[in-house]
Design a protein around this ligand. Sequence first.
Ligand code: 5GP
Length: 168
Amino acid sequence: MSSIPLITENQIKEKIQELAGIISSDYPGGLTACGVLKGAFIFMSDLVRSLQVPASCDFVKVASYKGKASSGKISLELGPSLPTEQKKILLVEDIIDTGLTLSWLKDYFSKRGAEVKICALLDKPSKRKIDISPDYTGFTIEDYFVVGYGLDYNEEYRSLPYIGYLKE
Ligand code: 5GP
């Protein structure tokens, strides 16, 4: 399968500068950025390096079991290592699709006393199952299955510098 470019490396770079500027002015006292593994690892590292305010970094990993009913049962495979109580946590995610993962994570952190916001590089609103939108969005895309810049297909394509969709 080959990957057809959809969003270029330069477009991603520019968007991250723009997002980092907005996030920095919204969090003058700093924040805890919490990346959702594995897909967000590249976006997270580029985003935090572009922030102009102090950022602690944490990661979580979720396991989602998408059965036939696709109601998506979610559990944590790796929990946060930093305190959450009274912290300003920015969940950093590669893509929001049905919304189930981020909605579950937002709830998880809120219940643990955090003030939570969401930053998603990509948004596929057409597949949403829960009414949730990121506070900060990079690009809104059609219903493509995308890879690259951290996103995989069976663990391949993560290291591509751009975002593309797959073609047989
Ligand atoms: P949600 O819970 O919003 O449906 O799913 C979010 C997760 O589904 C993402 O973190 C990602 O792992 C996966 N996902 C959804 N759409 C895509 C896509 O187009 N490409 C890839 N590689 N993963 C996707």
